[in-house]
Design a protein around this ligand. Structure first.
Ligand code: ZN
Length: 239
């Protein structure tokens, strides 16, 4: 993130920082080592593309705040909330499920679910044009009638989610469905298998689109939705 880089760094410290960043990325592919009794930090995953790769549809300025500030804050808050608890060594997915529906863990649910939702959102976007696999395309046509109908229903779900939340394409009970969730709520907690998501919190679009959520949603759906990611998730759903 250019925004988090120091304004003035020596070439040496820059190279050291780059080496550390590279090591962090490659280490991220492996499961973190468990240390008994210690918090295993939930990590902020690297963006799957450069912070300006989605421009002009989503600007690097939006990504700087959305990923660099909001997503990072959810990671930091989750780590604070699990420190010293029985979830200190748990995986993110297990933390989300353990906190779901428990009033005393509402803060932990909101923060940990938002970590998972945002990582899923970044992967739901792609700077290159993608299309669904033949299997997913056939299922879209069976369950929605046409790709265009799915696209229009998806847009409607994203635009009409009242307030902050998410629109999702999921597999539920063996069928493709659209769902809306409020705030941090997530299909990970409620048992649906997510294929794609669109973040409709204002922080996702306000810098680029101000109050024009329909324009942001149409742009995401028509220009940068990652159908390769959806196809991989569909294959994993095993339907
Ligand atoms: Zn967001």
């Amino acid at each position: 993130m250019s925004e988090s880089a120091p304004r003035e760094v020596s070439r040496r410290s820059f190279l050291q920082a780059a080496a550390v960043a590279g090591a962090a990325v490659s280490a991220g592919a492996q499961a973190p080592a468990l240390v008994k009794g210690k918090t295993v930090p939930i990590e902020l995953p690297a963006l799957p593309y450069a912070d300006n790769a989605l421009a002009p549809h989503i600007s690097s300025n939006t990504i700087g705040f959305h990923y660099g500030k909001h997503h990072k804050a959810y990671v930091d808050n989750t780590n604070k909330l699990i420190a010293g608890t029985d979830l200190a060594e748990a995986k993110l997915e297990d933390i989300v499920k353990a906190a779901w529906g428990k009033p005393e863990k509402k803060g932990l649910f909101n923060n940990s679910a938002q970590v998972w939702n945002h990582t899923f959102y970044w992967n739901s976007l792609s700077p290159k044009s993608t299309s669904p696999s033949a299997q997913l395309k056939a299922r879209i046509e069976a369950d929605f009638g046409s790709f265009q109908k799915l696209r229009d229903d998806f847009a409607n779900a994203a635009v009409t989610q009242f307030g902050s939340g998410w629109a999702w394409l999921v597999v539920d009970g063996g069928k493709l469905k659209l769902m809306q969730t409020a705030n941090a709520e997530t299909p990970l907690a409620t048992g649906q298998h997510a294929l794609l998501t669109v973040d409709v919190w204002e922080h996702a679009y306000y810098l680029d689109y101000q109050n024009r959520r329909p324009d942001y949603v149409a742009t995401v759906l028509d220009k940068i939705l990652n159908w390769e990611f959806a196809s991989e998730n569909f294959a994993k759903a095993g339907v």
